[in-house]
Design a protein around this ligand. Structure first.
Ligand code: VGL
Length: 208
């Protein structure tokens, strides 16, 4: 049996996705605080920790239609301008910034593209561009714990990619929040159908 080597993957826990942000997801602040507390209590569970960040170009760049620039956003495939490179809203949530020393890799995605999945992002390893997949492979990761925002878009795409690439996945559901209730429920069902386990942080505490 292969040894389990686990990574934490925190998806887009940025100011713009939390209350008062440009694309606020209800419960975003709570997700940020709980993720900080989870890292503080359980950093030792993880061989590595990776946080993704949406990193869009400023308007008038359309970012492939992701930003609604000439119409109202429909909140399913077009969005208010958010997480623009260099802005306050693109920063990690203040609670996550408190524990930046516990984060090994930051992955930026959406530079001119939609990029819901964290696997589409770019990070830097020893000064050279790298991807989440290559970071995970070189750390010998078999299992991923995924948390963050938003359940129905970036979490979903990230979890489906991770399963497609053969990782075992647990979704830390109490460390997630979605844009809308219907799509959030559907997303959790799709994650389960793809073989991801839905767990709470308490389940994890009990099994470690
Ligand atoms: C996201 C909508 C638009 C996300 C990003 O991080 O889930 N959702 N852009």
């Amino acid at each position: 049996m292969t040894e389990v080597r686990r990574a934490l993957l925190g998806v887009d826990i940025q100011r713009d996705f939390c209350e008062q942000g440009a694309l606020a997801v209800a419960g975003g602040n709570t997700v940020a605080v709980r993720t900080r507390d989870h890292l503080l209590a359980n950093r030792g569970l993880y061989a590595t920790t990776i946080f993704s960040m949406d990193h869009h170009k400023p308007p008038p760049h359309t970012n492939c239609g992701h930003f609604a620039l000439t119409t109202e956003p429909n909140y399913t495939s077009s969005w208010p301008v958010h997480c623009v490179q260099g802005t306050e809203g693109a920063r990690l949530h203040p609670a996550i910034e408190e524990v930046e020393h516990l984060i090994d890799h930051v992955v930026r995605k959406g530079d001119g593209t939609q990029s819901y999945s964290a696997f589409e992002g770019v990070t830097e390893v020893e000064g050279a561009p790298s991807s989440i997949l290559s970071v995970l492979r070189s750390a010998g990761i078999t299992d991923l714990d995924v948390c963050g925002l938003a359940t129905d878009y970036c979490d979903l795409a990230t979890v489906l990619d991770a399963r497609g690439l053969g990782f075992e996945v647990r979704v830390l559901v109490d460390l997630t929040a979605g844009v809308a209730p219907d799509t959030t429920g559907e997303a959790l069902a799709k994650m389960q159908q793809a073989g991801a386990m839905l767990v709470t942080v308490k389940d994890i505490d009990a099994t470690t």
